[in-house]
Design a binder for this molecule. Structure first.
Ligand SMILES: [Zn+2]
Length: 425
């Protein structure tokens, strides 16, 4: 018995994060936190921890520094260390580098890629500038917000009007900047749309790709070079301890300010001062209203009409999930059966788990995917790409994992979404 107690104490010591060095870079920890679905999970989110989009049974996962486990314990959540990421040597990328961290393309390279593809395939691809990032609106660097419309171009195609002739699939990456897998998936999708068997599908569907929905955030991520910065939010705001910015996936004007979002500026789920306060979110919503007809009456229970066309996919990582509305609650939408079937079809191709966020993960309000369905009736999905562990798991998989592990699962889901966009309900 005594031996067992000693062993447990020993284990506890091993599992406790090492004390922080007096100065210099600190390790980052992924902590496993018992937080069953429902009240316990929602309270954890409400406390402002950096909770990952990942669940294992009754456990959620929190990213933090050496002090985070102690804070969690004080708040009533006994955490254990799941993974330790040692501080990497500071290796900023050089100005002009087109890639970072072993091959991931920079925001500048992504924007150039859109122009190159449009120039090489004028009958297929059109670049659309749909707004400015926050830093650009401040005259302080920043970027244009850009989408690529890809289709076998005919009259009226790619026009910024909801009455355009073809059904539209909209796919975006890196709304959460540190989810670097998703921008790479968008890059590969664009290349395949103009250069593979997918091109033949473009006769009767229009595909819109926004590879980087949060370029200011991605600029912060890639500034770390071989040690990418884990920036999730945009760059608007200040924070003395923690991370600056607004969580663009808690800022949208659908049930904004409810569960799973924070009022604290330093929280990773900071919702912003008001619904739709952020220019990146405003620009997306404005673009979606130009691309899609509104086929759903207001309220939480109305169904979109049967003649609705199109679909919207927001790519995130990680956890191997296909999520669909509502995310603010486990209440079902008026189109639950159809949304659930589409999600199950996608998940069957990748081995992911399908469900509403609150069914498989936790409830969160103010997400763009809820907004798309709420405002327009268009089916919308979140893909949480990648596992939590293993060589290709987590936020920062080695670049080779994109080709070997993630793309073979995501590509069939994209094809499924292209087909489903024609008559989703
Ligand atoms: Zn995300």
């Amino acid at each position: 018995m005594r031996t067992a107690v000693a062993l447990l104490a020993c284990l506890a010591l091993l599992l406790s994060p090492a004390p922080a060095p007096a100065e210099g870079p600190q390790a980052t920890y992924v902590l496993r936190v018992p937080a069953p679905k429902g009240e316990s999970a929602q309270r954890l989110l409400g406390l402002g921890y950096d909770v990952l989009e990942q669940r294992d049974g009754d456990d959620l996962f929190v990213v933090g520094d050496p002090k985070t486990a102690g804070k969690l314990r004080t708040d009533g959540y006994p955490a254990t260390v799941e993974k330790t990421m040692p501080p990497a040597p500071w290796a900023p990328r050089s100005i002009g580098d087109a890639t970072y961290y072993g091959g991931y393309r920079t925001i500048t390279a992504h924007l150039a890629h859109l122009d190159e593809v449009a120039k090489a395939h004028p009958g297929l691809a059109t670049v659309v500038d749909y707004g400015d990032s926050w830093r650009k609106t401040q005259g302080n660097g920043g970027y244009d917000l850009k989408a690529l419309c890809v289709t076998r171009k005919g009259p009226g195609d790619c026009a910024l009007t909801p009455t355009a002739p073809k059904p539209r699939l909209f796919v975006m990456g890196q709304l959460h900047a540190r989810e670097i897998t998703t921008g790479d998936m968008a890059w590969r999708f664009i290349d395949d749309l103009v250069g593979s068997d997918l091109t033949a599908m473009l006769a009767d569907v229009e595909v819109w790709v926004v590879p980087i929905a949060n370029p200011d955030g991605v600029e912060i991520v890639e500034s770390g070079g071989d040690s990418p910065v884990l920036q999730r939010k945009n760059a608007n705001g200040t924070c003395t301890s923690g991370s600056r910015g607004v969580d663009l996936n808690r800022n949208a004007g659908s049930h904004w300010g409810e569960v799973g979002s924070s009022t604290s500026k330093c929280s990773e789920t900071y919702r912003g001062p008001r619904a739709d306060s952020e220019v990146e979110v405003q620009a997306l919503e404005s673009l979606w209203r130009k691309l899609y007809r509104d086929t759903r009456a207001p309220g939480d229970t109305a169904a979109a009409s049967a003649d609705t066309t199109g679909a919207v996919v927001s790519m995130h990582s990680y956890g191997d999930y296909v999520l669909f509305p509502w995310g603010w609650s486990t209440q079902k939408t008026g189109n639950d059966a159809a949304l659930r079937k589409m999600a199950n079809d996608m998940a069957a191709l990748s081995g992911y788990t399908a469900g509403q966020p609150g069914e498989v993960l936790y409830n969160a309000s103010g997400a763009t995917d809820d907004w798309v369905y709420d405002d327009l009736g268009v089916p919308s999905f979140v893909w949480e790409i990648g596992t939590d562990s293993g060589r290709c798991g987590g936020f920062l998989p080695p670049f080779s994992c994109q080709e070997d592990a993630h793309w073979p699962k995501v590509r069939p889901m994209l094809v499924s979404a292209m087909k489903a966009a024609k008559r989703p309900y």
